[in-house]
Write a protein that binds this ligand. Structure first.
Ligand SMILES: *Cc1c(COP(=O)(O)O)cnc(C)c1O
Length: 361
């Protein structure tokens, strides 16, 4: 028996008829770009998050670029971003002429802290990207309040999570989501969204996703062609009502792991007051690759996602590390994602836990 690292398909099986109906509805409507499905999904997603505006875009990477542009970030500006994240969190910065400045994370939460961000801030800092990594909830409100700078929440991994001040996507100036198929809320292709409580920022985002134009006549900005399409929006609308239930299942699986593995390996720690919808369940071990080899022989999928942090990637060679990043070094060297999904069974969690305990003696 194989235990898969993630499983986006099993939770969709009971929704097949509804999904087919949604696709047919779009075919029948003959509207494919920026029509009623995108509008309805934007309203429903904003409602779900408790934020005023959601704007559909083509993917989670464009969402970050567009959010930074909407904040007015451009050439000469610095953007603070954690080095321990998916590459796209920082990839969005250089194309708009700004400079990424890498900050540290707490290896137990995998998130930035007020202090780790503060250490990277200079007079040139225009914005901060706080990643809700693995579905944990970064302290966005505290960062904005204490440092007085706008935060872009990278919530690509945090759909379904809950923080003490609300849901990721509603905590800072502006936020970004990815609907890549394996995310907690996944489309049948690429998709993304930008969310904000600020009406002026929302208008800028709407313009930027459509070539920098509001009326298709006058072009105020050099923007992007970056839209969520009607088919993906219709598919996401079927899934959104299930997201909280799916997230509760992820939380339950995390608690099964925590009771089986406490004291055996390093466990992920939720930030204060957070109830994460663990997108990935990521443990720490001094020999993660040997542990991974052992799990593979037992048919258990697992993966070290960010073994080489972003500031060490060749394409970021021009942006040298200026700060010590000890938490990043530990997280990168020791992390290992083990199976979790909205459909993982108790037996599967027990099997994975037993194999880990066996390796750890
Ligand atoms: C997936 C992801 C992105 C990028 O999203 P895409 O839709 O693949 O462009 C950005 N940041 C993080 C943390 C992600 O996990």
């Amino acid at each position: 028996m194989t235990v898969r690292l993630f499983d986006p398909s099993t939770p969709l099986r009971p929704l097949r008829a509804e999904l087919r109906e949604a696709v047919t509805r779009v075919l029948d409507s003959e509207r494919y770009i920026l029509g009623p499905e995108v509008q309805a999904f934007e309203d429903e997603f904003a409602d779900h998050l408790g934020v005023r505006h959601a704007i559909g875009v083509a993917n989670g990477t464009d969402a970050i670029t567009i959010a930074l542009r909407a904040l007015g970030v451009g050439p000469g500006d610095e953007v603070v971003v954690p080095s321990f994240s998916f590459w796209a969190s920082a990839e969005a910065i250089p194309p708009i002429g700004a400079t990424p400045v890498f900050c540290d994370v707490d290896p137990e939460t995998s998130c930035v802290t007020v202090d780790s961000v503060r250490a990277a801030v200079t007079a040139k800092t225009k914005a901060i990207i706080a990643v809700h990594l693995f579905g944990n909830v970064a302290p966005v409100k505290a960062i904005e309040e204490e440092l007085g700078l706008p935060v872009v929440e990278d919530a690509a991994q945090a759909a379904g999570s809950l923080g003490p001040d609300g849901r990721p996507g509603s905590l800072g100036s502006i936020a970004t989501f990815s609907f890549y198929p394996s995310k907690n809320l996944g489309a049948f292709g690429d998709g993304g969204a930008v969310t904000t409580g600020d009406g002026a920022l929302a208008e800028r985002v709407k313009s930027l996703r459509f070539h920098g134009s509001r009326d298709k006549v006058s072009y105020e900005d050099v923007g992007y062609n970056s839209r969520l399409d009607e088919l993906q929006a219709a598919i996401l609308r079927v899934q959104l009502p299930q997201l909280d239930r799916w997230s509760d299942h992820r939380r339950a699986a995390a608690s099964w792991y925590a009771s089986a593995l406490d004291g055996v390996v390093g466990l992920p720690v939720a930030t204060r007051g957070a109830s994460p919808a663990w997108h990935l369940y990521v443990i720490r071990h001094p020999q993660p690759d040997a542990l991974a080899d052992h799990l593979h022989t037992r048919g258990i999928e697992c993966r070290g996602y960010y073994r080489r942090p972003i500031h060490e990637q060749p394409a970021m060679a021009g942006y040298t590390r200026t700060l010590p990043l000890p938490g990043t070094d530990v997280a990168a060297a020791q992390h290992l994602a083990i199976p979790i999904s909205a459909a993982i069974t108790r037996d599967e969690v027990d099997e994975v836990s037993a194999a880990i305990r066996e390796f750890c003696g």
